[in-house]
Design a protein around this ligand. Structure first.
Ligand SMILES: NC(=O)c1ccc[n+]([C@@H]2O[C@H](COP(=O)([O-])OP(=O)(O)OC[C@H]3O[C@@H](n4cnc5c(N)ncnc54)[C@H](OP(=O)(O)O)[C@@H]3O)[C@@H](O)[C@H]2O)c1
Length: 311
């Protein structure tokens, strides 16, 4: 099977495609999944460039990637056979960008409900899960107002929807080319970060919480100057020196529960949440896909595809 490997910290262009043998016998706890999709995430690129060395020390070489969506083709004798030939999504902490995944941690594998495409379900991993984590951490009140930076990205497109579902008003900040996307997702107000903010946010605007997914300190400075010392919760910026002494800044990184993943899948099945897929690339074009993530303007999640010919 083909596998996408990081062998150095020289970034995207140093990734390699390697052929690795598929294990002949299955560990009793393992499930063999034929990969169909993996999400292209900033986390991969930060790891490839060495920017996560402190928070995510790894011993190279590693398989790139975190989440996957695929079809279960074999189950170990201690795993339930109910998943056989069914679509699943999962988290593979040892790397997911490969044609087959051997999933050995039962709580990190989830069946995809009828009516949800595998591509849509795959976007939950590293997208809706992080958005739900941020929402739970900030404990926004119904009727309160949250301002979200980086709202057009994979996490942001879900966070806008989840915050609306939770009954909060949403001010979504994104690039002007994605203004309509944010309106369609339900944002009450859209702010274009590439136009002067002062004309778009006036000093009577009351915001209860900023959730930062963009990680741009200059943008946070500008927002603070307009809105005052609103608490900031960031998934993107480990440190921020606020200009305002009373402003509380929190960075966090964390996970949601297996029950939360099942709830998110149910919301997709019931049409309460929509997956925004920016583009699909064959996994062999991983470098092009990652460059697009870095250089383009986000509109949801970029996915790599695998084994598509027999879908
Ligand atoms: N801590 C955790 O547990 C956790 C989990 C998941 C993700 N994250 C982090 O959360 C962030 C969002 O993840 P994602 O997957 O949604 O990434 P993404 O899809 O690449 O989205 C990033 C968003 O930030 C915006 N952005 C980037 N640079 C900007 C700038 N200088 N000024 C204004 N906006 C800017 C992008 O807009 P444009 O494309 O228009 O620039 C886009 O809306 C990333 O930093 C990621 O590493 C953390």
């Amino acid at each position: 099977m083909q596998t996408i490997i990081q062998t150095s910290y020289r970034g995207i262009d140093a990734l390699t495609l390697e052929s690795r043998p598929t294990p002949k016998s299955l560990n009793p706890l393992a499930v063999r999944v034929e990969t169909r999709y993996t999400p292209v995430m900033p986390y991969d690129i930060l790891t490839e460039t060495g920017q996560l060395k402190q928070r995510r020390p790894v011993k190279l070489p590693i398989v790139v990637g975190y989440g996957f969506g695929g079809i279960v083709r074999e189950v170990g004798r201690l795993r339930s056979s109910q998943f056989l030939n069914r679509p699943v999504i999962g988290i593979q902490l040892t790397g997911s960008h490969q044609e087959q995944v051997l999933s050995t941690l039962p709580p990190l594998l989830f069946p995809v409900p009828t009516g949800v495409t595998l591509a849509a379900a795959t976007t939950l991993v590293g997208g809706a899960d992080a958005a739900y984590f941020a929402l739970k951490k900030t404990q926004l009140r119904v009727g309160g107002t949250v301002l979200i930076t980086g709202a057009t990205g994979s996490v942001g497109t879900y966070l806008v929807q989840l915050a609306r579902l939770a009954g909060t008003h949403v001010i979504a900040v994104g690039h002007s080319s994605r203004h309509d996307l944010l309106t369609d997702l339900g944002a009450d107000q859209v702010v274009d970060y590439d136009r002067p903010l002062a004309g778009q946010i006036n000093d009577s605007t009351i915001v209860n919480q900023i959730i930062d997914l963009a990680g741009n300190p200059t943008l946070l400075d500008q927002l603070t100057a307009l809105l005052g010392a609103v608490n900031i919760f960031s998934l993107a910026l480990p440190q921020y020196q606020s200009q305002h002494p009373q402003q509380v800044f929190t960075f966090a990184s964390g996970a949601i529960t297996p029950g939360d993943y099942r709830w998110l899948l149910k919301q997709l099945a019931e049409g309460q949440l929509t997956a925004v897929i920016q583009k699909e690339f064959p996994f062999t074009a991983v470098k092009v896909a990652q460059h697009q993530l870095v250089d383009g303007h986000a509109a949801g999640r970029i996915l790599l595809t695998y084994n598509q010919e027999d879908n």
